[in-house]
Design a protein. Sequence first.
Length: 280
Amino acid sequence: MPAARPRLLYVTDLAYEARGRRYCDEDVFLTSRLRARFDLALCHPLDTVALMDGFDAVVVRNSGPVLGHQHAYDAFRARALATGALVYNPVTGKADMAGKQYLLDLSAAGFPVIPTVGRAEDLHLLPAVERYVVKPMLGADSLGLRIAPAEQVAALAAGEVLIQPCVDFVYEVSFYFVDDDFQYALYAPDPERRWELKPYPATAADLEFARRFIDWNDLGHGIQRVDACRTRDGGLLLVELEDLNPYLSLEALPEQARDDFVTAFTASLSRFVQGALSPA
């Protein structure tokens, strides 16, 4: 008898509308390829807790911002931790998965991130600039983000927020990893068109920068996206480390690069699930 194929519950919101991206297309493509190795079903994030016990693992992909279903996500996370359910990415991530506190922590620790504080009283710790970015600690997809002149920042910095200088950057670039392995990089040559992406030839210095954050997060398994900006002096600064449900922009890749990513993703999922299901 052939061994039973792992059963995956693939969490996605196919109806979620994102500016400049079609999340649904990416998940239709990925699940069409994963079916060669796994038995899987798709579900909305609101239905995950009700369904997850019937599967060997839960794969969280393009499920949209947690803010749109915070209560359901909190219940799912609590259920996964209580039962030891296999979740890909694991729910132990320290970056966007846990909010934006990591930007404050990394900034204070001297990592190459956009300088960040959480209180108006700490504005003196940031570079003096004409404009600042104020965004919610639990923000996502630029929800609640405001750009304000220096004289208005203190009035806006109420509650749990992040305050950063408005950085004059050349372009944004993203580095995509499966487990600890670099897969590809994409960048937006025009800063005004964030999601018009092109393949980016990452240098050894670029990957050293990106791996520093992958190593810090120590996730073990899963897909992570390191978003950075190239400053006018040629350096890189971290914008965010997406470790919950990073959109992959696979449509911006040539066919061979997409195939290579699917191969790496499938192998990672197989190791993750089979390793946990196999007898010790």
